[in-house]
Design a binder for this molecule. Structure first.
Ligand SMILES: *[C@@H]1O[C@H](CO)[C@@H](O)[C@H](O)[C@H]1NC(C)=O
Ligand SMILES: *[C@@H]1O[C@H](CO)[C@@H](O)[C@H](O)[C@H]1NC(C)=O
Ligand SMILES: *[C@@H]1O[C@H](CO)[C@@H](O)[C@H](O)[C@H]1NC(C)=O
Ligand SMILES: *[C@@H]1O[C@H](CO)[C@@H](O)[C@H](O)[C@H]1NC(C)=O
Length: 312
């Protein structure tokens, strides 16, 4: 079984991770607080990276997903579940923390909120539009602190709607997302249950230009080997140039680094066995690849993938 796996912007997330600040000897309160906050940011970032790969491996191993492409934005899932944990208590809260990889002896909810606030408050790449919003039924009154925290730390817009009017509320949500993504995502929701109390949504829209553009003239139809027995015709882009590449012997996988003209980049992985890659990939692999990649003259063919996707 062969399947295309795309990791958008993951490299950027890894590369822009803050270096450990190990200097500074002053012991005043302000710097202690800063250090504590830096520490929570770094714990949350590390947990988010690990969550990305755990989520991917879990999805890849689902029987329903065999032979399907998997396209996801794990950072959006972390942010949405992080926002959800603000309103959760008891076992639900515990489970959210465990799944997100937040160790409750090292991080409490306030620290997680502040960390997300710092991570999301930085301007990301101009190629990327992302955000979250919460739509609350007008008969349901969440505590003001809940909405305040979502606004402050997760930059979540809050709205009140009447979910008993299913078409109107779907239109409101779709219009909001369409406005936020310049019309690129115009149908986020279709059928809403009239019993809905709250709808937390996360959207992401990415449109990058390659640092070294492909020549559309050399895109041609070619056959793509889906598995041992299936070939399908696809539009294949190709390029011959100096690219950063790495061969990871431990998992028999070739990696090629394809930068966008921004802080984002794409990593393309060609495993000898897809299963080995899917089972083993972790943040440390990506760190290793980016560290040891070398520029080589490479010719490669790459399927021109559709520009629109529904993202999990
Ligand atoms: C959480 O952190 C504590 C203190 O560092 C550690 O002892 C414990 O093993 C950690 N738990 C998990 C699940 O990593
Ligand atoms: C982020 O970008 C927006 C719009 O481009 C700008 O108004 C804002 O000041 C920037 N924030 C930071 C922290 O750079
Ligand atoms: C990688 O390939 C070699 C040679 O084909 C094989 O011996 C080895 O078991 C493979 N390693 C993994 C992790 O699949
Ligand atoms: C990349 O971005 C720079 C700065 O925005 C711009 O001048 C340049 O033309 C861009 N290159 C490509 C290939 O789009």
């Amino acid at each position: 079984m062969l399947r295309a796996s795309l990791f958008f912007c993951l490299a950027a997330a890894v590369v822009t991770g803050r270096p450990q600040d190990g200097h500074g000897h002053s012991m005043n309160d302000a710097s202690d607080q800063d250090t504590a906050q830096d520490n929570s940011v770094s714990l949350v970032k590390t947990a988010n990276k690990e969550f990305s790969f755990r989520l991917f491996s879990a999805l890849a191993s689902q029987p329903d997903n065999q032979d399907k492409n998997i396209f996801l934005s794990p950072a959006s899932v972390s942010v949405a579940l992080g926002a959800l944990s603000v309103g959760a208590r008891g076992d639900t809260h515990k489970q959210l923390f465990t799944e997100l990889g937040f160790n409750s002896s090292l991080l409490n909810q306030d620290q997680v909120n502040q960390a997300f606030g710092q991570i999301l408050g930085k301007n990301g790449s101009e190629d990327l539009t992302q955000g979250t919003a919460v739509f609350v039924d007008n008969k349901f009154k969440p505590t003001p602190e809940f909405l305040d925290t979502l606004k402050q730390s997760y930059f979540t817009d809050g709205f009140t709607v009447d979910f008993t009017k299913t078409t109107d509320s779907a239109d409101t949500i779709n219009k909001y997302v369409s406005d936020k993504t310049s019309g690129k995502i115009d149908k986020m929701v279709e059928d809403l249950d009239e019993g809905t109390v709250m709808y937390l949504l996360s959207y992401i829209y990415f449109k990058g230009k390659w640092k070294k553009p492909f020549d559309p003239q050399s895109t041609q139809e070619d056959s793509f080997q889906v598995d041992e027995n299936t070939k399908v015709p696809v539009q294949m882009m190709n390029k011959e140039d100096g690219f950063e590449v790495y061969y990871d012997q431990a998992i028999n996988t070739s990696v090629l680094h394809l930068p966008f003209n921004s802080s984002c980049s794409m990593l393309l992985m060609l495993p000898a066995k897809m299963e080995t890659l899917e089972k083993n990939i972790s943040p440390s692999h990506v760190t290793k690849w980016l560290k040891w990649m070398t520029k080589r003259h490479t010719m490669f063919f790459f399927q021109n993938f559709p520009s629109r996707h529904h993202i999990l």
